[in-house]
Design a protein around this ligand. Structure first.
Ligand code: F6R
Length: 623
């Protein structure tokens, strides 16, 4: 949620810190700060509440020089967003500065101890400040910064990624982590970097080393570094990974917002994914995936949060319909609220764009402790989640998703769920070969159809803006489009802050219909398929109670077009005349795009911060 960066080398640290914090601003944006070890061995700390631009403006007026520095962008968990609560935090004489991601769960006890034994005065309301004081106390007792960090980690409990500079070791950065990601970047000209999200380093290096829990890294100005296991003191030879992300993803290009750019990237991402996994003869191939993970499974549990959960819910429909393997889906946080019923015949499919969502990681670890198998679907090969499933990860290959609201990662996750369920269907021989062939070849048609949907964006804008004064919406979908309705409502909530609910169309009459009146538009997904007429009936029920009705329909639709007040039409999907039960199987790809655009256009019209909505952060690394 928060973002950490650090630099040690020959250049002025401030330039790197501000540039890389700009990249990480999507991780948290309520305050930010830097600490730079200056050439005269002072530590200069500058912090500012609000967007990163406030910090940039503040540092513009100061001449901060120094080749060693750390920086942070914050998403407040403990202590309100403010200059004082912003990181870096330092000890009383500012001889130590730290930046921290995570939560120090025993910080109250440590604070009491530091106050009573060492007369320390705390300035912030944060849990993180205790770490700066603890390290400072150990250094005063004669330890080196590294030894002081090791001793401090023996006392602190919770999750942390920590980056530390001190006057005692002016040319160095010390790093450690536990249940929170942190990477070292190895650059040219003896430059060394650190970041909690490797995206921050893309413009500087693609060579990264992911720190494992309890490792301590010591980065020096001469380009040398060591990594040590703090538990046994052994030095570790680092595993250097090459990042394959294209820095292009960090640029908005011709678009006003990353969100719009990312919505438009969807067809090419899907084309690329299918090119990799679905060959000319329509064979599905997951090269490098250990197929043993599927042996003898009798149950699947899909885990995710937010948008990843909705992609998983589509996956449940597909896996159960195509492979007939019983499949449950759980919000990761809820799975942790009771004992997990999983064993060695359970396949857990964990979906996470970032691969760092704390709830998802905890739920996965809990399922693994019961002996479950693990398959992960993520965008980040260097993530903690991917590390838990080294030969059983499917990458969604969506490129860095900068906008906080997930769009392209959703459709890429859904493609992976289709490929996975068709792969399993072929193994268990549940679908007949003609059905399989139709599904796979229709999947190939999706990128082009999505491009056609996107070419209607302007038309959708004109149709939705008259609803910009509405303060409550209900999104309705049935069957495989029920998760899409919930995803549409989530996008609208996140981007416009307007109340929006996603419901299964058939559930409306069981209660939510009471909330309906002329001020509550319904947005119904009504694409051809087995649920069409029932869903249309549900639209009419709502309309009868006065709700303005918006419908997502296919070109040529007559019935819904007659009933709805406004229709957003999308091109027809390949016809499944021989397999009518499959007619809507691929419809989420086309139904979700108008919903993403509706949320975007309303938010833009209402003047909202489209790429960084209030209160949110990309990658939720606290439980
Ligand atoms: C919605 C959104 C969030 C994330 C959720 C899971 O637009 O971005 O709901 O989908 O926090 O994040 P990942 O996929 O990184 O685990």
């Amino acid at each position: 949620m928060c973002g950490i960066v650090g630099y040690v080398g020959q250049e002025n640290a401030l330039d790197f810190l501000l540039n890389s914090l700009k990249v990480l601003e999507y991780r948290g944006y309520d305050s930010s700060g830097v600490a730079i070890s200056s050439t005269d061995h002072k530590i200069n700390v500058v912090k500012a509440k609000g967007k990163l631009n406030n910090l940039i403006n503040l540092t513009n007026g100061l001449n901060i020089q120094g080749n060693v520095g750390i920086g942070h962008t914050r998403w407040a968990t403990q202590g309100v967003p403010s200059d004082i609560n912003a990181h870096p935090h330092s000890n009383s004489n500012c001889s130590v500065a730290i930046v921290h991601n995570g939560i120090i769960s025993n910080y109250i006890d440590l604070k009491e101890e530091l106050v009573s034994k060492h007369n320390i005065e705390f300035t912030s309301e944060t849990d993180s400040e205790v770490v700066a004081h603890l390290i400072g106390v150990y250094i005063e007792e004669g330890l080196s910064t590294k030894e002081a960090l090791i001793e401090s980690t023996k006392k602190i409990k919770g999750s942390y990624a920590l980056s530390v500079i001190s006057k005692e070791d002016p040319g160095k950065i010390l790093l450690t982590c536990n249940d929170a990601p942190l990477v070292v970047g190895v650059g040219k000209n003896k430059d060394l970097y650190c970041a909690s999200d490797s995206a921050a380093l893309l413009k500087y290096t693609n060579q990264i080393i992911r720190l494992k829990d309890h490792q301590i890294a010591e980065l020096s100005g001469n380009g040398e570094f060591t990594i040590m296991d703090s538990h046994n003191g052994d030095f570790i030879s680092p595993e250097v990974q090459t990042m394959n992300f294209d820095p292009f993803h960090l640029d908005k290009g011709e678009y006003k917002h990353f969100l719009m750019k990312e919505i438009h990237e969807q067809p090419s991402i899907i084309r690329n994914l299918l090119g990799i996994h679905l060959d000319q003869d329509l064979n599905i191939n997951f090269e490098g995936l250990d197929e043993a993970v599927f042996n003898d499974i009798n149950r699947i549990i899909i885990i995710g949060c937010g948008t990843a959960y909705y992609a998983g819910l589509i996956g449940k429909y597909l896996l159960e319909s195509f492979s007939r393997i019983p499949c449950e889906i759980e919000f990761a946080s809820e799975l942790l609220a009771r004992p997990i019923l999983a064993d060695e015949r359970t396949l857990v499919v964990a979906i996470s764009q970032s691969g760092e969502t704390a709830d998802t990681l905890m739920a996965v670890k809990s399922a693994l402790s019961k002996g479950a198998r693990l398959l992960t679907i993520t965008n980040r090969p260097e993530s903690t989640l991917a590390a838990l499933a080294q030969n059983t990860t499917i990458l969604i290959r969506a490129g860095i998703e900068v906008s906080v609201a997930a769009t392209k990662s959703f459709t890429a996750q859904v493609v992976c769920m289709y490929l996975l369920s068709l792969h399993l269907a072929a193994k268990v021989k549940e679908l007949n070969p003609e059905e399989l062939k139709w599904l796979k070849s229709s999947l190939r048609a999706i990128p082009l159809i999505m491009e056609q949907v996107l070419s209607r964006a302007e038309e959708y804008r004109e149709k939705i803006l008259p609803f910009a004064n509405k303060t409550s919406f209900i999104f309705l979908g049935r069957g495989i489009n029920y998760p899409v309705a919930m995803e549409g409502a989530l996008k609208l909530k996140e981007l416009t802050y307007v109340q929006a609910t996603g419901y299964a169309s058939g559930e409306m009459k069981h209660g939510p219909i009471a909330t309906i009146d002329e001020n509550v538009p319904t947005v119904s997904i009504l694409l051809p398929g087995p649920t069409y007429h029932k869903a249309l009936h549900n639209l009419i029920e709502a309309k009868t109670r006065g709700a303005p009705s918006i419908a997502i329909v296919a070109d040529g639709d007559k019935e819904a077009t007659r009933e709805a007040n406004v229709v957003f039409s999308v091109p027809e999907l390949p016809r499944a005349d021989e397999f009518p039960h499959l007619q809507d199987a691929l419809s989420p790809f086309v139904s979700v795009v108008p919903l993403q655009l509706i949320a975007y256009y309303l938010a833009e019209y209402l003047g909202k911060d489209v790429d960084q909505p209030r209160n949110l952060a990309k990658s939720v690394t606290v439980e």
